[in-house]
Design a protein around this ligand. Structure first.
Ligand code: F6R
Length: 261
């Protein structure tokens, strides 16, 4: 696991976007894993700039979302399908038919989850998966006690996650769905490169467990300690509880530029 600590959330976004831009330039139909929420917004903003100013072409990029709410119609402005179309697909000039989101409105949820897994298996592997992390340590919506062997399935959102996400629903907790479909931890682990971004003091405890804690289903992100290629990009606040922060800083400074992240 490579831990990179930089000064600002914008710098976190720039580093991740530089890696993604490089990947798409070398493989125009690369398969990306997309996260929603606040953490990846700086990445999408920087990629949008690369599209506008540097001619980055994302038309052939294929992508899979990590998760989707259950109980919101797909056209709801806060469904993850809508959010991704608005914040990623449109600004990056991607082809919407190349972008897949679990079907949170499906009548047969189990079949929808199986179909999603099958599509990832057909199209994948995901070359680079963007991840955020919940304050309770979830990745995707794999809440504490999720199985490390889990695949795409329905989950009940933890009270902390619903409270944190109420900000996207005008602060109205009752408007936040109670269930979601999420890629499982094993699904996420099958991506080639996992790039997790976290900023702000609210993530410091989860980041501490993720990087330096014991591997435990109580902190689902700790499963990443078993993945051979993980990059954790943090600002100083999110890195605030890391015991070896100075070591990570020195390691990154000493890294040859050609290695990138
Ligand atoms: C979103 C997702 C979640 C978020 C996490 C952090 O697709 O899978 O794991 O990454 O809840 O959310 P933010 O970035 O809003 O703090």
């Amino acid at each position: 696991m490579q831990v990179v600590i930089v000064a600002t959330p914008a710098e976190v976004g720039r580093l991740a976007a530089a890696k993604i831009g490089h990947l798409v330039r070398s493989r125009p139909d690369a398969v990306l894993g997309l996260a929603t929420g606040s953490s990846p917004l700086a990445i999408y903003a920087e990629l949008t700039r690369q599209v506008a100013e540097e001619g980055l072409d994302c038309l052939q990029v294929r992508a899979f979302a990590l998760d989707e709410y259950v109980g919101l119609p797909p056209e709801h402005p806060e469904s993850y399908r809508s959010v991704l179309m608005r914040d990623v697909v449109k600004p990056l000039g991607m082809d919407p038919s190349n972008v897949h989101v679990p079907d949170g409105a499906a009548a047969d949820v189990a079949a929808a989850c199986e179909a999603y897994e099958a599509r990832i298996a057909e199209t994948g592997p995901v070359a680079l998966q963007i991840l955020g992390i919940g304050a309770n340590g979830h990745i995707g919506f794999n809440e504490p006690t999720s199985s490390f062997a889990s695949r795409t399935r329905i989950k009940t959102l933890a009270p902390k996650t619903r409270a944190d996400n109420a900000r996207f629903f005008g602060g109205d907790l009752d408007a936040v769905p109670r269930h979601c479909l999420t890629q499982g931890l094993a699904t996420i682990m099958s991506a080639r490169h996992l790039v997790l971004v976290a900023t702000g003091t609210g993530k410091a405890e989860a980041v501490h467990h993720l990087v330096e804690g014991a591997v435990s289903a109580m902190w689902p992100g700790t499963v990443l300690q078993h993945h051979p290629h993980v990059t954790v990009l943090l600002d100083g606040a999110a890195a605030g509880r890391l015991q070896l922060a100075e070591y990570y800083r020195q390691t990154y400074l000493a890294k040859p530029a050609w290695q990138g992240i």
